[in-house]
Design a binder for this molecule. Sequence first.
Ligand code: ASP
Ligand code: MG
Length: 432
Amino acid sequence: MASSGGPILVQKFGGTSLSDSARLSNCADRVAQAVGAGHRVVVVVSAMGKTTDQLVELAHSLGSNPDPRAVDLLLATGELASTAMMTIALKNRGISAVPLGGREAGIRTDQSHGRARILDIESTRLHDLINEGCVPVVAGFQGVSPIGEVTTIGRGGSDTTAVALAAALGAGSSGGGCEIHTDVDGIHTADPRIIPKARRLSEIGSEEMLELAAVGAGVIQERAVIFARRFNVPLRVLHSQKPGPGTLVLRETSSMERNSVVGCALRRELGRVGISGLQRGHHGQAVIFSALADAGVMVDDIVQTDGDGGISLAFTVEHAALAEARDVVRAAIDRMAPGDDSIGVDVEIGLAKVSAVGSGMRSSIGVAGRMFQALSLAEIPILNITTSEIRISCLVPQDRGDAALAVVHEAFGLDRDPQDGPILGLADQEQE
Ligand code: ASP
Ligand code: MG
């Protein structure tokens, strides 16, 4: 077949969207539509359903610490199976599909098994295939190391495979881009399972998307968003089973600064470790947080206060990491100040973090005030506050988490389309 010269479109399908033959067939129909519309399509697939979880479990069923190379080889089979299945489905639709593993697709990574980084993509073969009118079906989540071994690139990594391919193939400059087909119809102003009034956003800035992902709204892998931003790949999140416009993830545009807040998110299952009585000038912070880093404990927000009893520190971690974090902190303090029982360590569980995100925050005044006031009117205690340039987060008791999300969603009028006019703020209401 001659080169069509149409826009290059990478279509990625997630595990839930491929969990059975009926769903997989729907996805194949989406590919057929794009091909029919004149796109040069590259398909990227995740493992079907919960396959990766099952393979991880299988690998550990023979004992702890399975060999990382062998684990990667095993996990990669999940995506290979999907690649084969999708190819069969596309061939049945008369499409010249060609199945490719990560290696065949030219995805070169470093040697870090289980969390390899994509170094580059040797895309000649892919280019040739698409220019011949074929549809390469690429196994996501995997690549090949410099010594030729199969690697995987971290959970959720197929999103990153897709965006990396789109970047390497110049999908954006060809007029195409990358579509992530998943089990939600786009990015919402809040998780619709908690806030039924949440609205699908027709577009969102990549920076906002990253902040939202970091505080709990996990629809696309963060690395994929970073890649899309860096290489200017237009990215769209769509429902794989229900046709619709989805959400376009863009670099910020001025039209997007209509609302100071575009979305909010809730992260549950957080705990807090508090340390009190550290002496000033003893560099306790360095000792404690280096020990946590060495132990691989992911620390979230850190707060320091300085009072009569010395320095106090508190940081949040996921529930799952709380016991280890406490033990690491205790051991570090014992090494730093042996026998000193004036330093206290305590833990708290059952916390949640509600966050509001929007790049318009940079240029608006009163966003934090509005959020705190709304929570206070609802009598939801704020246990801690952290901010970035475009995010405000409040730590709240977990049993008030859903309510806090609803209150914040309401306070910023997120259920209303910004096209419908400005939102009446709490402050405005009070002045009336
Ligand atoms: N199958 C892999 C996972 O479950 C990669 C992906 O789905 O993106 O993490
Ligand atoms: Mg995923």
